[in-house]
Design a protein around this ligand. Structure first.
Ligand code: GUN
Ligand code: ZN
Length: 428
């Protein structure tokens, strides 16, 4: 069975932070050929129609066909507490997040939230996500089961916390974190499109023993990613210093225990010292920018332009429920606004690359998802660039694809997602 999907198409031949907007490939009458869930041909609509006369054609008209969005850092268990008012990081965790995460000891509850979460992602055009679960192994089973049922490429892991800074009822131990993570890794990693990610929450909620155990697990499974949080808020950094008085800096609390390397995903990374930046770059780690969260929780302004100029690998993420939107469109808009506050506005090509290919590369999946390339998995979206009257009247004035797309980036939401294909299968 061959499918031919037609519309405007947008993809990337390079990173637009290096190559400029010319890194984008745009075709006003383009198409994507899909066979068995894989992209097998690309080009102009006319060429593809001629080359694939037997294909079943889906003509999306003026909609823009791109890779689906990739959300490189999220907390699916926090879905029910998104948009909780008035707290900063440590109070927000204690007041809203930890009580919510305790509920995931109940598998029935975990299944319900996981199902709702993946439906929200798909409605927003997000076809892959890398999420934290809770300390409960049931929360990981619920997450991967829901992703697998939808055929999605998803990454995640059991959040580990064994220090008394985490509340009663939400702590594991160094040994149980190692054992449970290993068991879940062996159960899920490489099943269908799923990947296990070793997940110490952040150094303030782990003991050195736990970080050592998880560093050892990562060394035993170097093909797995490892995710954690780094330098999100100034109060948090002070707290880390008080808990790890011998550490050179926040990053050192991971580095000392074998939790720094390529395949390490460091969420937020806003207030970095020079040594930390140099080491992250040297080892090829990924930083994950969470702009709606960084404004919502009041964390600070990530230095996208500076880090990109240095050659740092960066992905983009919602960080729901600290982030205030499930939409990667809204997330791109927030990244743009933070760039403006730093005096470095991001081009729409850079924003869109971050939400697709950039995030995929941050997860070391740049050869599988996040772009339209022959051989890549056919996780696609069709964007309606005139999804509301306000967007439509602005897009009507556009002189090129960037002016057509930018109003949807800044003002769009799930109404702009006209169709989603997961592994080549249309979702509605
Ligand atoms: N740092 C440690 N845990 C969390 C979390 O759940 N959300 C955010 N935004 N930061 C964290
Ligand atoms: Zn987070």
């Amino acid at each position: 069975m061959t499918d031919l999907i037609l519309g405007q198409t947008l993809s990337f031949s390079a990173n637009p932070f290096d190559a400029g907007p010319e890194a984008a490939r745009y075709d006003s009458h383009g198409g994507v050929v899909v066979e068995n869930g894989i992209i097998t041909d690309l080009g102009s609509a006319d060429t593809l129609r001629a080359r694939h006369p037997q294909a079943a054609v889906t003509d999306m008209g003026g909609h823009l066909i791109t890779a689906g969005f990739v959300d490189a850092h999220a907390h699916y268990p926090q879905t029910p507490i998104i948009a909780s008012w008035g707290k900063r990081l440590i109070d927000w965790l204690n007041s809203y997040t930890f009580p919510q995460e305790m509920r995931f000891a109940d598998r029935v509850y975990a299944d319900a939230v996981a199902g709702e979460y993946f439906d929200l992602l798909l409605a927003n055009g997000t076809t892959s996500v890398c999420s934290y679960c809770t300390i409960h192994p049931e929360s990981v089973d619920a997450y991967f089961t829901a992703a697998q049922a939808r055929g999605m490429r998803a990454l995640g892991g059991k959040t580990c916390m064994d220090r008394d800074t985490a509340p009663d009822g939400l702590r594991d131990t160094a040994q149980s974190a190692y054992d449970d993570s290993k068991m879940l890794l062996e159960k899920w990693h490489g099943q269908d499109r799923l990947s296990y990610v070793i997940t110490p929450r952040f150094s303030p909620t782990s003991t050195p023993d736990q970080l050592t155990a998880l560093g050892a697990l990562w060394a035993e499974h170097p093909d797995c990613l490892m995710q954690t949080h780094l330098s999100e808020q100034l109060d948090e950094i002070e707290w880390v210093k008080s808990l790890y008085p011998d550490a050179r800096d926040y990053l050192d609390t991971y580095e000392q225990f074998g939790l720094l390397g390529k395949g390490g995903l460091y969420g937020h990374a806003i207030h970095l010292e020079d040594r930390e930046k140099a080491r992250l770059l040297e080892v090829g780690a990924s930083l994950i920018h969470c702009p709606t969260s960084n404004t919502f929780i009041g964390s600070g302004l990530f230095d996208m332009a500076g880090l990109m100029a240095a050659g740092q690998r960066v992905g983009l993420a919602t960080d729901t429920g600290g982030g205030s939107s499930f939409s990667m469109l809204r997330t791109m808009a927030a990244a743009y606004e933070i760039g403006q506050l730093r005096g470095t506005p991001l081009h729409p090509a850079q924003l869109y690359w971050l939400a697709t290919a950039g995030s995929a590369q941050s997860l070391l999946l740049g050869d599988k998802i996040g772009n339209l390339e022959i051989g890549m998995e056919a996780d696609l979206i069709a964007l309606n660039l005139t999804s509301t009257p306000g967007i439509a009247q602005r897009a009507a004035q556009a002189n090129d694809v960037w002016e057509s797309l930018f109003p949807t980036i800044m003002m769009g939401d799930d109404r702009a997602i006209a169709q989603v294909w997961v592994g080549g299968k249309p979702q509605n």
